[in-house]
Design a protein around this ligand. Structure first.
Ligand code: PLP
Length: 469
C-alpha cells in the first residue's frame, strides 16, 4: 500500500534529561536529532540505572533481548575467559570451541531434523543469510527461476535492503522506496483480532488465509517461488500475534505441495520467549526448512544471531557444492559465541524457559485484570513472556487513533516517566500506523515486579485517556 507521511515513525522520545544538548561536540548519530536517548550508567537484573539517578524496570528486555536480565557475572566471566584465550579468528581457516559448543547445545540430537547452525551478528544478517542459503539450495538443484520470496504484510524481517523489502513495516521504508529486492510479494498476516470476520469461525479464517497464500503462489508461478517466510508468533511489527489453529500446518503443506522452502523467522519469538525454545513447538511442531534466531540467543551480552538449517537443505549442499557460498568477517565470533553459550547454559540450568511459561500466565492474568476498565485497550494478546496491548479509539469498532496522536508512544513515555520501560511496535494496521506496546521482560522477573509494571501501565494509559478526552 502507499506510503504516507503519517507513517513516519514518531521520535519515540522519552522526555528525559538529554545526555547533552546537540552540538558540534556530539558525534554519535542517535536515532532522533530531536530527543537524545536516556544515558544508562548501569544495568542489573531487570533494572536500568540512568544518569539522572532514576531506576527503570526493563519490562521489554530492550527489544525482547535480555532474557536472563542484565549484569550477570557468570556471563561476564565467560566473556573474559574467552577473550583471554582467543578473541578472534577468521572462520575460513579456523573454528573455536565456543562456536562448536553453542551449535551443539542448541541442536543437540538434531531437534526436529534441524542439523546445522550458522552464527552471524544481527537478526537482519541472519535473515539475509537464510535467504541466500535458500537461493543456493535451488541453484544446486538447478531450479534457477526460483527467486521470489512471499512474506506477510505487517511482518518484520530486518533493516537491510532485502530484509526490509520483504518486511511489511511501512514506517521503516519511507525514504527507501525503489531501493529494494524486486522479487517479492506479501499476503495477509494471520491476525485474527484485525482480520478475522465476525461471521467466520477460526477454521474458516485459517482456510481463507491458506487459500490466499496458495493463490499467491499460483499467481507468481509456483516454480518461481523460492521461499515463504513468516514469524510463527509475529513480533515487533504487529505485536505478539499467535496464529489461528492449523495455520502453520497448512502453510507447511502448501510449501511442500509446490516445493517451496519454508523459513521461520524466530528472531524475536524464539529462544524461549513464548515458553518453548522454538515458538513453532507450540504450533503442532510444524518444522521449517530454515529458521533464524537472535535476540534471546546472546541475551544482549554480545551481538549474535543464528540460522538453523534442516537436514534436507544441508543434504543438497552436502551432495552438491559442499560449501555454503556466504560468509562474514565476524561470523561465529568467539566472544559472542562464548557469551551466548554462557547465557544458554544458565537458561537450561535454571529452567528459565519453564519459568517464562509460568510467569507468562501470571502476566496475562494481571494484565487482563488491571486493564479491563481502560476504554482504549482494544486487545491484549501474546504467549509466554511476550505480550502486547493494542490501543484503539473505539473498542467496539476497533477504530485506530489518528497516527498524529501517537497514543501508544505517549503511553510509553508516561510509563517510562514512572519507571517502567515498554517497547513500541511500529507496524501498520490496515494501512495505518498501529498503536501497540509490547511487554517482554527478562525471564527472571518476579510476580511483584510484574504487578508494578502492570499498575504503572494502567496509570499511564489512564493519564493518556484523560488527555485525549
Ligand atoms: N526479524 C525479526 C522477527 C525481528 O523482530 C527483528 C528485529 O526486531 C529482525 C528480524 C531484525 O533484527 P536486527 O534488528 O537484529 O537486525
Amino acid at each position: 500500500s502507499k506510503i504516507e507521511s503519517s507513517h513516519l515513525p514518531s521520535t519515540q522520545c522519552l522526555n528525559i534529561k538529554p545526555i547533552k544538548d546537540s552540538g558540534d561536540d556530539d558525534h554519535l548519530l542517535h536515532r532522533s536529532f530531536i530527543d537524545p536517548p536516556a544515558l544508562v550508567e548501569r544495568a542489573e537484573g531487570v533494572n536500568l540505572f540512568l544518569s539522572d539517578g532514576r531506576k527503570v524496570i526493563d519490562a521489554c528486555a530492550g527489544a525482547a533481548v535480555a532474557l536472563i536480565g542484565h549484569g550477570n557475572k557468570e556471563v561476564h566471566q565467560a566473556i573474559i575467559n574467552q577473550l583471554q584465550k582467543v578473541s578472534y579468528v577468521h572462520t575460513q581457516s579456523y573454528t573455536t570451541q565456543p562456536a562448536e559448543d553453542l551449535a551443539n547445545l542448541i541442536l543437540r540430537g538434531s531437534p526436529h531434523g534441524l542439523e546445522k547452525a550458522f552464527f552471524v551478528g544481527s537478526g537482519s544478517e541472519a535473515v539475509e543469510s537464510a535467504l541466500k542459503l535458500a537461493r543456493q539450495y535451488y541453484f544446486e538443484k538447478n531450479q534457477l527461476e526460483r527467486l521470489h520470496i512471499v512474506s506477510r504484510r505487517q511482518g518484520y524481517h530486518g533493516n537491510t535492503m532485502t530484509t526490509m523489502s520483504i518486511s511489511g513495516n511501512l514506517a521503516r521504508k519511507i525514504p527507501f522506496e525503489g531501493f529494494s529486492y524486486p522479487h517479492t510479494s506479501q499476503v495477509s498476516p494471520a491476525f485474527a483480532y484485525r482480520n478475522m470476520r465476525d461471521d467466520e469461525t477460526e477454521i474458516e479464517y485459517t482456510a481463507r488465509l491458506l487459500q490466499e497464500l496458495e493463490d499467491e503462489f499460483l499467481r507468481v508461478g509456483p516454480y518461481k517461488v523460492m521461499a515463504f517466510i513468516a514469524e510463527p508468533v509475529a513480533g515487533s511489527g504487529i505485536g505478539s500475534v499467535t496464529p489461528p489453529a492449523g495455520y502453520l500446518a497448512g502453510v507447511r503443506a502448501l510449501c511442500d505441495k509446490y516445493g517451496i522452502l519454508l523459513i521461520f523467522d524466530e528472531i524475536m519469538c524464539g529462544v524461549g520467549r513464548t515458553g518453548s525454545f522454538f515458538a513453532f513447538e507450540q504450533e503442532g511442531d510444524v518444522v521449517p526448512d530454515i529458521m533464524t534466531i537472535a535476540k534471546g540467543l546472546g541475551g544482549g551480552y554480545a551481538p549474535i544471531s543464528g540460522v538453523l538449517v534442516h537436514k534436507r537443505v544441508i543434504d543438497v549442499l552436502r551432495h552438491g557444492s559442499k560449501a555454503f557460498n556466504h560468509g562474514h568477517t565476524y561470523q561465529a565470533h568467539p566472544t559472542s559465541c562464548a557469551a551466548a553459550l554462557a547465557v544458554q547454559r544458565i537458561v537450561l540450568r535454571d529452567g528459565l524457559i519453564a519459568r517464562c511459561a509460568a510467569m507468562g500466565k501470571i502476566l496475562e492474568s494481571i494484565l487482563r485484570t488491571e486493564l479491563q476498565d481502560c476504554w482504549s485497550v482494544g486487545d491484549i494478546r501474546g504467549r509466554g513472556l511476550f505480550w502486547t496491548v493494542e490501543f484503539v479509539k473505539n473498542k467496539e469498532t476497533k477504530e485506530t487513533f489518528d497516527p498524529s496522536v501517537h497514543f501508544g508512544v505517549r503511553v510509553q513515555q508516561a510509563a517510562f516517566n514512572k519507571g517502567v520501560a515498554l517497547y513500541p511496535c511500529s507496524g501498520t494496521v490496515d494501512g495505518k500506523k498501529g498503536d501497540h506496546l509490547m511487554l517482554a521482560p527478562p525471564f527472571i522477573i518476579t510476580d511483584e515486579e510484574l504487578r508494578t509494571v502492570c499498575k504503572v501501565l494502567r496509570e499511564a494509559i489512564e493519564f493518556q485517556q484523560q488527555l485525549y478526552s
